[in-house]
Design a protein around this ligand. Structure first.
Ligand code: AMP
Length: 418
């Protein structure tokens, strides 16, 4: 029979690799708590219309990357391709706006996009992200960018480039769009097929097209920053000044527009330069979307958010030494002592330690081999120790031996673990 395998572009995350995921997610949750963000856990499946309306019809995601299906011949449903739309829907559905003026949510979970799989680009991938509703910025904008950079630094990902831009709002966008279309029109037949189609639907997207012919034309395009109205410019100036005051390095990139339609004003992307990242070096993308909540039927509500790809973060993070799967591995000097080993394990676990044993009745040597692979400390239970009511704890890195009473063992183990 043919072996069943994962769907193309989707990965199993298994031990010991999953331990790195835990460390990453724990660090993210700690950062979020420090900044006062609470976790939102919306469903993975949403009505298709949610993504079409918020992400935008003429985007890669909505045009060709969504996993959309009809539920029993009735409703069109989609596996979420990103988290911002779902959070916005939840924010509206539960009328959160009426409860608090400023809302700060974070999320962690799988997203689905039918992209061409490559290293760092998958069809199921995980994002950690956050959304902040109700504050028009610019201080929260700079604070969010700085928070992400600090978080990356804590993970050991220091070699990053922070790119910021402003897309302006309302009138600015309209004036820039007009100028951009006027510039692009004479080149229309030289643009890629995608860009030709977008020229009148979503011309900003031509600026971040990856097609070489589009990039060459985009080089000479008008600069959005020169079109910012007074308020937009002041907003962007203050974002930059705050980042500078915080000592967070950044570069201004006027051609940064990113793939989703909903952005207004502040936009940012953080790229990694080190680790095992290859071409897929965008670690984090985010920006302000002051129009989306209204677009989805709510009151006008300023908002800003970001999302980071966890697979890419793991590629960018330095390799760390694996501390072992458990704290202590307990060994039976003879198979007849296995009942005693089970009891020792149970008591140590009750004290909060992580403990494992090989209870199959194998030789001392084979148990030691497993201990060396799985833990920094081993306890060898023999007749003598049982009689005297003590435990012999062996430090596997320097082979030193330490004795403690059963009751005193957890404290000594903690001391040895440092
Ligand atoms: P986006 O939601 O497109 O703004 O992407 C935000 C971040 O999610 C990117 O910077 C990547 O780190 C990550 N990401 C986006 N698409 C993928 C994918 N197909 N596979 C892995 N990571 C992704």
């Amino acid at each position: 029979m043919k072996k069943l395998r994962t769907v193309k572009g989707m990965n199993d995350i298994l031990p010991p690799e999953s331990a790195r995921w835990h460390r990453l997610e724990r660090a993210f949750r700690t950062t979020m708590r420090r900044h006062g963000f609470g976790e939102a856990r919306p469903p993975i499946v949403e009505p298709t219309a949610l993504f079409v309306r918020s992400i935008g019809e003429a985007t890669d995601i909505v045009e060709k990357e969504m996993y959309t299906f009809t539920d029993r011949g009735e409703k069109s449903l989609t596996l979420r391709p990103e988290g911002t739309a779902s959070c916005a829907r939840a924010y509206l559905q539960h009328n959160v706006q009426a409860i608090e003026p400023v809302t700060k949510w974070f999320y962690v979970g799988p997203m689905y996009r039918r992209e061409r799989p490559a290293k760092g680009r998958y069809r199921q991938f995980y994002q950690a992200g956050a959304e902040l509703y109700g504050d028009p910025g610019p201080y929260v904008d700079a604070e969010m960018i700085d928070m992400i950079v600090s978080f990356l630094r804590e993970l050991g990902v220091e070699d990053v480039e922070v790119m910021v831009n402003s897309l302006g709002s309302g009138e600015t966008r309209a004036r820039f769009r007009e100028a951009l279309v006027a510039y692009l029109e004479p080149f229309a037949d030289q643009l890629s097929a995608d860009s030709q189609r977008r020229l009148h639907v979503n011309p900003l997207r031509v600026l971040d097209s990856k097609a070489p012919q589009d990039q060459e034309i985009a080089e000479g395009a008008p600069n959005i920053l020169e079109y910012l109205g007074d308020e937009d410019r002041e907003h962007f100036d203050e974002v930059r000044a705050t980042l500078t005051a915080l000592g967070t390095p950044f570069v201004v990139s006027p051609r940064l527009v990113r793939g989703l339609d909903y952005y207004t004003r502040t936009l940012f992307e953080i790229r990694g330069r080190g680790g095992e990242l290859g071409a897929q070096n965008a670690l984090c993308g985010g920006g302000r979307y002051d129009g989306m909540i209204e677009e989805l039927g709510g009151k006008k509500t300023p908002a800003i958010g970001f999302a980071m790809g966890l697979e890419r973060l793991l590629l960018a993070m330095p390799e760390e030494e694996d501390a072992g799967r458990v704290d202590v591995f307990v060994i039976a000097r003879s198979p007849s002592l296995r009942r005693e080993v089970v009891s020792v394990c149970r008591d140590l676990r009750a004290s909060g330690l992580s403990v494992d044993a090989d209870l199959r009745g194998g030789s001392l040597k084979s148990q030691m081999r497993r201990a060396n692979k799985n833990a920094p400390l081993a306890i060898i239970v023999g007749e003598d120790e049982v009689e005297r009511g003590v435990l012999q704890i062996k430090n596997l890195s320097d082979s030193s031996q330490h004795e403690a009473t059963r009751a005193g063992a957890p404290a000594l183990i903690r001391e040895l673990l440092g």
